[in-house]
Design a protein around this ligand. Structure first.
Ligand code: NAD
Ligand code: UDP
Length: 327
């Protein structure tokens, strides 16, 4: 049985990855400090013999007894609101945390895949974004703490590959959504659905002409699974190229939820990328991968998940106009 360590295991993507690798017959070690994650995302795994969990901050020395075949490093705040609230932890998990996990991979001779992001392209001047585009990031802007941590993460990963021969993989994840996202993490999908469920107006930032391309979680997990098992060491975009403006997306949410509320406009956060769409030619060619779940189907599943949360959970969430945070 192969053993895999998954950091960020109690988070949105990490918990789905735990499920997938359990299903594939791996021994899964989850690790998380629960700063933005929740044990309820993985509580169904605790009874299994081939799952164990370490409550640990990966910016501190990481020690795992025994053999390790693979490491997936997914620990990091991922929502702009989260990383605006905890900027230093965000920088540390991308830098010190990645350093620790690369050291562990080297010691164990394990293959390591790190979770990078479309944010390495910043507010992109090339559209759609191809892997050879270097990006347009404001190092000292509010999003710099995340973007630069992820860019450093890619650099140190390549350095460990080149200088220490560590077997590395880098996935550049584009906006991914689905069940187990946190209702109050501030990302646009939970934000809009939460607003619809609470009977509030939907807050579109800016004039809503900025675009995003949303990938359903099962597609993302499939792409990551295939990349891990490929022999390609350079970054690969995984995302759904179906691009939409945030204004049109708000209208889709109104239709999906049947809310009678309207769209209201708030200031555009500083350095909010105006366009984002993955070029997935490389993933198709290398991995035979492309996104299969359309937005209509994926959003229905996601809406059902948020609806299934208790009304207490829905109402206890502190709901703010987050745009003021991002200056
Ligand atoms: P998430 O916040 O749901 O999960 C992140 C998890 O990491 C949480 O459980 C959190 O508690 C944990 N964590 C954070 N710092 C830690 C530390 N120092 N030690 C141990 N655990 C720590 O976010 P997500 O959407 O699941 O994102 C997971 C990864 O994927 C992140 O690296 C993120 O940058 C990347 N990513 C996600 C998206 C997306 O659209 N979901 C897009 C691009 C990149
Ligand atoms: N957004 C919005 N209203 C909200 C939350 C987000 O209009 O209540 C916009 C945000 O400004 C951005 C897009 O939706 O242009 C996606 O934001 P998200 O926080 O999900 O992630 P990002 O892609 O910016 O990392």
């Amino acid at each position: 049985m192969k053993t895999i360590l998954i950091t960020g295991a109690a988070g949105f993507l990490g918990s789905h990855l735990c499920d997938r690798f359990i299903k594939e017959g791996y021994y899964v070690i989850g690790m998380d400090n629960l700063i933005t994650g929740d044990l309820k995302n993985i509580q169904h795994l605790f009874k299994l013999e081939n799952f164990e969990f370490y409550h640990h901050d990966v910016t501190k020395y990481v020690s795992i007894p025994g053999n390790l075949d693979y490491i997936l490093h997914f620990a990091s705040p991922a929502s702009p609101i989260d990383y605006l609230k905890i900027p230093i932890q965000t920088l540390k998990v991308g830098s010190l945390g990645t350093h620790n996990l690369l050291g562990l991979a080297r010691a164990k001779k394990a293959r390591i895949l790190i979770a990078s992001t479309s944010e390495v392209y910043g507010d992109p001047l090339v559209h759609p974004q191809t892997e050879d585009y270097y990006g347009n990031v404001n190092t000292i802007g509010p999003r710099g703490v995340y973007d630069e941590a992820k860019r450093f993460q890619e650099s140190i990963t390549m350095a460990y590959h080149t200088f220490h021969g560590v077997d590395t993989r880098i996935v550049r994840i584009f906006n991914t959504y689905g069940p187990r996202m946190r209702l109050n993490d501030g990302r646009v999908i939970p934000a809009f659905i939460g607003q619809a469920l609470r009977g509030e107006d939907l807050t579109v930032f800016g004039d809503g002409s900025q675009t995003r391309s949303f990938c359903f979680v099962t597609d993302q997990v499939e792409g990551i699974f295939r990349l891990l098992h490929s022999d390609y060491i350079y970054p690969v975009n995984i995302g759904n190229p179906d691009e939409i403006t945030i204004r049109d997306f708000a209208e889709e949410i109104i239709k999906l939820t049947g809310t009678t509320q309207k769209v209201i406009y708030k200031p555009l956060p500083v350095n909010d990328p105006l366009q984002r769409q993955p070029d997935t030619t490389l993933a198709k060619k290398l991995l035979g991968w492309e996104a299969k779940v359309g937005r209509e189907e994926g959003m229905k599943i996601t809406y059902e998940y948020f609806k299934s949360l208790s009304s207490e959970e829905l109402l206890k969430e502190e709901h703010k106009d987050f745009s003021g945070y991002i200056r």
